[in-house]
Design a binder for this molecule. Structure first.
Ligand code: PLP
Length: 439
């Protein structure tokens, strides 16, 4: 049987549910990343590094809740904290000890965070970071790097290489798109335009390092340029926060941004986001009753679920574990074993390809690169072409047939619950899948 025939034969329960879903959801799915042909998998539950589908198959999971699950699925400490909180109230309509504990856990890990504001998602966090930067500087434009992802609000989607119906031209008009990793391009943009409020980027490269750059030099260069020009430097650490290192990419590379956006791990894999950073910038937020309310320079930010107690306890438990236990070390060590193993398998099978990545974010590219397997030096258009190839889609389907589920088409997000056993099973499965794709 072909890979596709095997996929269809193995997953009748998923096929049946997807047929129903196409009559309910646009495209049959609830997130772009879950769209798959002929149908996506329907998952019932997960524990640690594994999850199970409706047809009873087990998967070693590298989607890791879109990066949120550094502690694996349903970690007992998170499950206990959330269950307990449910009985104390899911929304107390008030200030709580839980939000204080949560913010202090963030501040303990990220020294650049002097003030915090909570949201319900990463998209909201990047929207607020941009608004704060605009209000703080009195300027309008934001530099965004090509291919960097900051959620789905109108400004975040600027620079997309496809039409974007529904987004007013004016919002994109306030965004300046520059190539990722090119300091000269940022310098030129700043020289050309005196109306730049901020630059926002993913600090390990687009899609948590799928399209990496020369990280330490680039980030330090950006820090210098933004200081010289009075521009707010925003690190979008929605994925890299508490994953690239306990203090995120900013601590790993020792470059302090003015603002940081967070989500995913920050909320212990519950819905939640935050913007944190310099007090004088985050303090631009004002409230009704506040003497600053009538000051037109101030920023408004309501939000029913800001700092909600369920996300607060899940986030606090998760971040406190990251601070006190070798969570990142374990995930990084297993990711490194995976990266070395993938490169070994590719070499042994003489398949053109390589695995690269930092910390627990590993990317598999079916094209050769002479990089050191740490920071890949391939041109971004070549990586994108390799990841977009039909062979990669076939490989993903085959890996799913063989019990491995990865994020998107190239990413392995490793948790502290993946052990040598899962990594070695993964390597055997990838070897089998590479052989099937080649056949
Ligand atoms: N920023 C980055 C770097 C992300 O990867 C994502 C989501 O994957 C977002 C922002 C948006 O976060 P959310 O999906 O919580 O809105």
């Amino acid at each position: 049987a072909t890979i596709l025939e095997e996929y269809i034969a193995k997953h009748p329960g998923s096929a049946q549910r997807y047929a129903e879903a196409t009559q309910i959801f646009p495209g049959g799915v609830t997130h772009d990343n879950r769209y798959a042909q002929p149908f996506p998998l329907y998952i019932t539950h997960g524990t640690g590094p594994c999850k199970w589908d409706v047809d009873g198959h087990e998967y070693i999971d590298y989607v890791s809740g879109h990066g949120a699950l550094i502690l694996g699925h349903s970690h007992p400490a998170i499950a206990a904290a959330v269950s307990e909180q449910i009985y104390r109230g899911t929304h107390l309509g008030a200030c709580t000890d839980e939000e204080l504990r949560w913010a202090k856990a963030i501040m303990a890990l990220m020294p650049s965070v002097e003030r915090v504001r909570f949201h319900s998602s990463g998209t909201e966090a990047t929207l607020m970071a941009m608004r704060l930067a605009r209000a703080y500087t009195g300027k309008n434009k934001i530099i965004k790097l090509q291919d960097h992802f900051h959620g789905w609000h109108d400004y975040a989607m600027a620079g997309s290489d496809r039409p974007a119906p529904g987004i007013p031209q004016e919002s994109w008009g306030s965004m300046v798109i520059v190539p990722s990793g090119d300091l000269g391009a940022v310098e030129d943009a700043l020289n050309r335009d005196s109306d730049i409020a901020a630059i926002i980027l993913e600090p390990t490269g687009a899609h948590y390092g799928q399209l990496p750059f020369d990280t330490p030099n680039y980030l330090k260069g950006l820090r210098d340029l933004t200081h010289q020009n009075g521009v707010v430097l925003i690190f979008d650490e929605v994925v890299t926060g508490f994953r690239a290192s306990p203090g995120g990419a900013q601590v790993l590379y020792d470059v302090e941004p003015d603002l940081t956006t967070m989500a995913k791990i920050v909320a212990g894999a519950l819905p939640g986001g935050a913007v944190g950073g310099k007090a004088e910038i985050v303090d631009m937020i004002a409230h009704r009753g506040d003497p600053e309310w009538d000051n037109r320079e101030r920023v408004y930010h309501p939000g029913t679920f800001n700092g909600n107690p369920l996300s607060a306890v899940a986030g606090s438990v998760c971040l406190e574990m990251i601070a006190s236990q070798p969570i990142n070390q374990r995930a990084d060590a297993m990711a490194n074993r995976l990266k070395l193993g993938l490169n070994e398998v590719l070499g042994k099978m003489e398949v053109a390809g390589h695995a690269h990545g930092v910390a627990s974010m590993i990317h598999l590219v079916l094209a050769d690169c002479d990089c050191d397997r740490g920071i890949c030096t391939m041109p971004h258009n070549e990586i994108k072409a390799a990841i977009g190839s039909p062979a990669v889609t076939a490989l993903k389907r085959s890996m799913q047939n063989n019990g491995i589920d990865i994020m998107g088409r190239d990413s392995f997000l490793v948790s502290s619950t993946h052990t040598e056993i899962e990594i070695d099973k993964t390597l055997s499965a990838v070897e089998m899948s590479l052989a099937e794709v080649r056949a």
